[in-house]
Write a protein that binds this ligand. Sequence first.
Ligand code: PLP
Length: 306
Amino acid sequence: MAIPKTDFIWLDGKLVRWDDAQVPLLTHTLHYGLGVFEGIRAYKTATGPAVFRLREHNKRLLDSAHICYIKVPYSLEDLNRAALELLRANRQEQCYIRPLIWYGDEAMGLGALNSVHVAIATFTWGAYLGEEALKSGIRAKVSSFQRRGVNSIPTKGKITGAYVNSVLAKREAQLAGYDEAIMLDTFGYVSEATGENIFVVKDGELWTPPLGSAILAGITRDSLMRLARDMNIPVVEREISRDMLYCADECFLSGTAAEVTPVREVDDRAIGSGASGPMTRELQATFFRVVRGEDPRYASWLTPVG
Ligand SMILES: Cc1ncc(COP(=O)(O)O)c(C=O)c1O
């Protein structure tokens, strides 16, 4: 996707023109991958644009930094305010929000303790896997790349360098003609997709891999588990093997970018009826009502841009 430029980027406390937000070539993070980021969405609601679960995303950003020993010179409130200031300046009705924290270029070498920088960009980003994918579902492939173990690069942080693992799996799947890769963990269980958590529907229950496994603690995952429980759907966090996935009644992926995307096929085997299943459709429809501010029970998940 070519990134559609907006007017401003928030960079180290100031709004700067998009083209003026640059980093030097010897930026530490560019070489060694120790940086952290977030992916957040603002949605159009009847009362103006609102950010979905802004606090939780910025809290995870700070947690990611904490995991990586990065000392961020901004508080959670500062980061929330910065995102809203930028959204007002860029005047977008709905968009994707990308905060990024990285080490500067003062010194080279793995142990260098360089200055910490923070930027936030906003841009339009439609359905991550395509509009058609939201309706009809995607074809996925179990990756030959394993999801990294919890004691290699921590999985609870959104750490820039860790995404090499995801990008390799994604490229491999796309080159083989699939839309997305599903990754197994070091124990052989289903972990998550490259940038999405995974859910399976079986005999009326909703299953997803446990939080303590090698997954990102997805905020969409958390939202959907809450919505499902409120809809009296039994939610079970459990190990899922590859063959359990093949024999699922339904399967879908969740993420800020991918929202709720049905999976209609895994490794050339149809999942259930080979289309978006009834529970997936119901959860997807509920999710979209919630993010668009159409369900007052979850109004606290939305922060109006103002
Ligand atoms: C590896 C990975 N898993 C899961 C997710 C889904 O997380 P969230 O729902 O918070 O966007 C993401 C996206 O941030 C991700 O990068």
